[in-house]
Design a protein around this ligand. Sequence first.
Ligand code: TNX
Length: 518
Amino acid sequence: MSRAVLLLATLSLAACTTAPPPTTAARPVVTGPQVIPAPASLTMGAGAPFDLARTTSIVVDGSSPEVTAIAEGLGALMRRSTGFPLVVSTADTATTKIQLRLAADRTSLGEEGYELTAAPNSVTLIANRPAGLFRGVQTLRQLLPFDIDMQMGSARAGWTIPALSIVDQPRFAWRGAMLDVARHFFTVREVQQYIDLLALYKMNVLHMHLSDDQGWRIVINSRPKLATMGGATQVGGGPGGFYTQAEYQAIVQYAQQRYITVVPEIDMPAHTNAALVAYPEVSCSVRPTQLYTETDVGWSALCVDKEETYALAEDIIREISAITPGPYFHIGGDEVQALTHEQYVRFIERVQKIVNSHGKKMIGWEEITKAKLDPGTLAQQWKSDSATAALQYGAKLIMSPAKRIYLDMKYTRATELGLSWAAFVEVRDAYDWDPATYMAGVNENSIIGLEAPLWSETVKNITAVQYMAMPRLPAVAEVGWTPQRLRDWENFRVRLATHAPRWNLLGVNYYRSPQIPW
Ligand code: TNX
């Protein structure tokens, strides 16, 4: 199709799309707490609500600096909006208190579970591990009136939490989001703002897609040209950018303070044009490589029969592993068109060894299942059922079905941003599915969890990132956290609507989906 015909086709499609009819139905009501993701168990109490007051203190036992830091984080959030002093104290003398406590005997709560009890004079938050306390704090935050998230003082008179008792823990260990900082570059602060959203919805993995044909985004000290030459542009020809190792570590640390693991991805052996520009010796071609600012995929490749390629991979994997506390390194491995099956398999198996030699477990997109995988390796399902081949090696799956949770897919035909090669993904599509029954041959135990990728070919700034992520991200968070038997679309969409005022206060852009009773 010529450009002109394409344009016409697009225009006439746009003309045919009609706005949804105005709804006259009464706004549905969900009474009780509007927490997302919905807790595994919640019982309303009969007594009076807890009333956060000027005299409330946040009580910790002082034995764990980590717990004190979580308490201080909660204090800082609530002081800003309430104007109350809300001191963190080891003295249990105030008339009303919020108590944060680790309980060594509550092993059943696991790494991220917590118990929260709200009574007239106290809120008690108990967990087995600090991460559980942090997740519980997010519940507490959502139980309070939404203007607890106000960046300035609020005039509200009453800050109450209904009497209730929650025992909660996640369904899946891995609840992730991927941000593509290669096609368009995002600053440290912008990535941290994205991390704030993940934290609010109890997600625990940020996968950073740090390299692609259009840009290399992290300094490798032993290979400086990767960033300086390979990072010089982005899709559409903008200035691009890269993180110094200190900046990357600032992202990692910010995530860590929110109990979020950063997974770095360096995409190989395809999606490597930016690296080939910087180090032509890892290319099979004798012609010099040019920077690339368009959006085709699959055409570039490292020369996998050259030793120089493995020396480069070693330098990259060693340096990034050394500044990444999390146990995983993602090697990409997707969409390889320029190599034979044998070349691809040989490359993946050799890189898997390099990753392991630096103390990390390998992750790759589902194509890596063509190779022999270690049991600790993870394969990330995205388009087909080829990922299931990982199971024969005892390797688990991360579920990222593009038709359901690719956050770069348009919501509808009318969405200006985004792509549509997999599907249009409305909020309900992102919510109304079960990872354990999505694919034949896959069950709950084959899956470590799920992850929502946000590719950035069309997503040029953080406001656009937010528009594509919100409100699908909270939907994905609930798919990953809440037991399947408690998930219900009608209930979710009503709860979701109540979160919009919070996003407004946080300055977060979002798509006003007609599926949600805003
Ligand atoms: C496919 S998903 C890709 C990316 C693109 C994305 C756009 C995957 C492993 N590869 O290179 O950015 O589609 O939706």
